[in-house]
Write a protein that binds this ligand. Structure first.
Ligand code: PMP
Length: 389
């Protein structure tokens, strides 16, 4: 059997399980109304929560840096890749998150891998929420520490596991601040209280909370007014650009800079991306109205879908999962939305548990009232047609 024949057989199984995926082409920049695969659609699946990705101010900042620094960083940050803009952005994230120091990574994925494979060591244990992001799971797999999974946001289960793991040298709790497929907020106040009681460190992946939660958009720690030991983030959501970061004490950042392989051996993000990210954080801090506008839109969508009879998950975050059931039904639902000009993909296993396939909507400040009306009407009609509501 050739390699292709063998892989075709395996892909057939993926197809039969309703889990086959394909790429779609976005024909221009992120905005609610877009050409996707040459079809004009309303996009309800973008991470561009505050509309930053296409703000003129960010584009202008990137253009200036592009002219000065070129299109690529041309090296890892430890060699020739740490431009003035990387330095400025790291300091800006530090003041934004109110920590001591920050280190940039090429992505949030690599930031999680970097922290988890480097900080906990052999003889330690990581307690990880059942619904943590794939990059956390992969980071735990790479770590020499043991990992134990606690039930999703279940503080009783976490406490039981803390009681049973006192024989380990050190313990680390790792949680998403906002869960990417469920949109709910981790009870970080309770997690930090447990960690203090059981002498455990707390690491938070604040990918979806940065720029969204808290009075100043600082994230889950500001929302609960607590201080985790290490915060991981990405600029690929509300900040509207790309690249990951880790922020915390001077010592923990110095340690990562010296030991995290996904930092040491990666090429730095482009300086122009840093300049745009820097500008985005300024905007996020200054313009609090955008966050209340976002929250208002989120509430409208969640309340209306719940009233229609849908099971809607999540907290006050832009991620709105609408439960459909089987993978096949969720795909059919997404196809019907697409026929009507709405792009909101079905999320299926392995991203979510079997039987909990869903349409995962994300709301941004850029969605107009008209956009939201069209979305809600489509959910009403398709839900009735498929006997879901
Ligand atoms: N953590 C969470 C919770 C995420 O949702 C994501 C992105 N899907 C990441 C980390 C990875 O971030 P990035 O896209 O910057 O790699």
């Amino acid at each position: 059997m050739t390699l292709d024949q063998w892989l075709t057989q395996r892909l057939e199984k993926t197809k039969n399980a309703g889990l086959y995926r394909q790429l779609r082409i976005m024909h221009h920049g992120p905005r609610p109304q877009m050409l996707v695969n040459q079809k004009d659609v309303l996009v309800f699946s973008s991470n561009n929560y505050l509309g930053m990705a296409n703000k003129k101010e960010l584009i202008d900042a990137a253009k200036i840096a592009l002219i000065e620094f070129g299109v690529g960083s041309s090296g890892s940050q430890l060699t020739t890749g740490h431009s003035y803009w990387h330095h400025k952005l790291e300091n800006r994230i530090t003041t934004f998150k109110k920590t001591e120091s920050t280190l940039l990574f090429s992505s949030g994925y690599l930031a999680n891998i970097g922290v988890l494979s480097t900080v906990p060591e052999e003889g330690d244990i990581i307690l990880s929420d059942q619904l943590n992001h794939a990059s956390i799971i992969d980071g735990c797999r790479l770590s020499k520490a043991d990992t134990v999974i606690y039930k999703h946001v279940d503080m009783m289960d976490l406490e039981n596991k803390l009681k049973r793991t006192s024989n380990y040298k050190r313990r680390f709790i790792i949680t998403d601040g906002v869960f990417s497929m469920d949109g709910n907020i981790a009870p970080l106040d309770k997690i930090v209280a447990l960690a203090n009681r059981y002498d455990t460190f707390v690491i938070v992946d604040d990918a979806h909370a940065t720029g969204v939660l808290g009075k100043n958009g600082r994230g889950t720690n500001e929302y609960f007014d607590v201080e985790p030991d290490i915060v991981i983030g990405t600029m690929s959501k509300a900040i509207g650009t790309e690249g990951g970061f880790v922020t915390g004490s001077k010592t923990s950042i110095d340690f990562l800079l010296n030991h995290a392989r996904s930092f040491i051996f990666q090429t730095a993000i482009a300086p122009a991306i840093c300049a745009a990210s820097y500008t985005a954080i300024n905007r996020i801090e200054e313009d609090k109205k955008q966050r209340s506008l976002l929250l208002k839109k989120i509430k409208t969508v969640k309340t209306t879908l719940t009233e229609m009879g849908y099971e809607v998950r999540g907290g006050e975050t832009p991620i709105i999962p609408v439960l459909i059931g089987s993978a096949e039904k969720a795909v059919l639902f997404a196809d019907k939305l697409y026929e009507r000009g709405i792009y909101a993909p079905a999320i299926r296993p392995p991203s979510v548990p079997y039987g909990q396939s869903r349409i995962r909507l994300t709301i941004t400040t850029e969605h107009t009232e008209e956009n939201i009306k069209k979305l809600l009407l489509s959910f009403k009609e398709i839900g009735k047609e498929l006997n879901i509501i």
